[in-house]
Design a protein around this ligand. Structure first.
Ligand SMILES: Cc1cc2nc3c(=O)[nH]c(=O)nc-3n(C[C@H](O)[C@H](O)[C@H](O)COP(=O)(O)OP(=O)(O)OC[C@H]3O[C@@H](n4cnc5c(N)ncnc54)[C@H](O)[C@@H]3O)c2cc1C
Ligand code: FES
Length: 355
């Protein structure tokens, strides 16, 4: 069901002491088709086990000649350190086709606000390039506001390019950096972005009055630690911006998922279809649909296995599925999209459609 890819590293560029960009080209003869804001899933083989990590594109289709991802070091992280310290140009990486829902809307939007922190700039950088350089009708004339939090200038990924855009696109693009350890930098506040400050900044952008038209024509894209995104979402909802105009991408896999007891005496039948394939298999009660498929050698797509990336999303066309997030379990039925990595069949038969 998933499409495996081979990608050669053409170049590796250091962005900061802790982040590198990898420029890629397909080594399997097929073009890599992606949208600004999407991510690539890399496959690593460690101790005879396959492990997966998602990396958002920092390049933009139609603007950059080759796709690129930007990786930031996570302290004690297995694969971010491996990529930064050992992987070199010329090597070929295993991957699956690009994925992700953190993409720009198809219609014209007046104003975009982007809130990013650290490596969270990566998909936002790709989207900004799309909006600034694309000749697409829906991208032209949109205004962009970036709030970007880091420790200091040195650790800020893509700062040189962003500073250039501030000068190059006055009136269309503005950026405020939030530095926790540097005072008096240009375009920067020596503060953490909190709810009061965000409210003040957004209100000031609309000269103190946020009209109904502004609420309908402004979109927000958040890619930052969960606490910052939660704060931003609550503040924006309090300012009456519609929920559906607030998109977020979570980089940190969820480690506190609820675990269900597996009962081998009860089974459910799952029929998955997509790309000219139909496969039927059984899950045990209490086993996720993805785990059951993988146990039986059926390659359903996935990356995080924890409900944050949406690689595993499928449309439920028959039956019922419990989708068990950390803070809520959704009981989904026909017509709903379900994350198979945290999805449990609760009816005797479930039918799922993969795009
Ligand atoms: C949709 C999506 C897009 C992503 N895009 C990017 C990107 O563009 N650039 C990028 O650098 N990373 C990105 N990530 C994060 C990336 O997939 C890995 O999670 C990250 O590189 C850490 O992997 P690791 O193997 O080094 O760490 P692991 O060995 O998996 O983890 C080591 C420790 O770090 C913690 N940890 C894991 N991930 C993170 C994290 N992201 N931040 C802080 N702590 C963490 C773990 O809980 C664990 O304690 C993205 C993740 C998702 C889900
Ligand atoms: S694999 Fe990431 S949401 Fe299911």
């Amino acid at each position: 069901m998933e499409q495996r890819r081979r990608l050669r590293i053409l170049a590796k560029t250091r962005e900061t002491t802790d982040a590198c960009t990898f420029v890629l080209e397909p080594a399997d003869g097929r073009p890599l088709v992606y949208q600004a804001g999407q991510y690539l899933t890399l496959l690593f083989h460690s101790n005879a086990k396959e492990q997966r990590r998602a990396y958002s594109f920092s390049s933009c289709p139609g603007v950059d000649a080759f796709p690129a991802i930007t990786v930031k070091r996570v302290v004690n992280g297995a694969f971010s350190n491996h990529l930064l310290d050992h992987v070199q140009p010329g090597e070929v990486l295993d991957a699956i086709d690009p994925n992700g829902l953190f993409v720009l809307p198809e219609k014209h939007v007046d104003t975009y606000f982007f809130i990013a922190a650290g490596s969270g700039i990566t998909p936002v950088f790709s989207q900004l390039k799309m909006l600034l350089y694309s000749t697409k009708k829906e991208c032209r004339d949109a205004k962009m506001v970036l709030y970007y939090a880091n420790r200091d200038s040195q650790s800020t990924i893509f700062k040189t390019q962003i500073d250039r855009w501030i000068l190059e696109f006055p009136g269309r693009f503005e950026c405020t950096y939030f530095f926790s350890r540097e005072k008096n930098a240009d375009h920067a506040l020596f503060r953490h972005l909190n709810n009061e400050l965000l409210e003040q900044l957004v209100r000031a952008h609309f000269q103190g009055k946020i009209s109904l038209h502004a609420r309908r024509n402004t979109w927000f894209y958040l890619c930052a630690p969960k606490a910052l995104m939660r704060m931003a979402r609550m503040t924006l909802r309090m300012l009456n911006f519609p929920e559906k105009h607030i998109r977020q991408e979570t980089f940190m896999p969820e480690s506190r998922l609820p675990v269900r007891a597996v009962d081998h005496s009860k089974t459910h039948t799952i029929l998955v279809s997509g790309r000219n394939e139909r496969i039927e298999f059984q899950t045990y009660e209490g086993e996720t649909i993805l785990d059951a498929a993988l146990r039986q050698g059926i390659a359903l797509p996935y990356t995080c296995k924890s409900g944050v990336c949406f690689t595993c999303l499928a449309k439920c066309t028959a039956g019922h599925v419990d989708v068990a997030f950390v803070d809520a379990t959704l009981h989904e039925g026909p017509g709903s999209m379900v994350n198979t990595c945290i999805g449990y069949a609760v009816s005797g038969r479930v039918e799922l459609l993969f795009a």
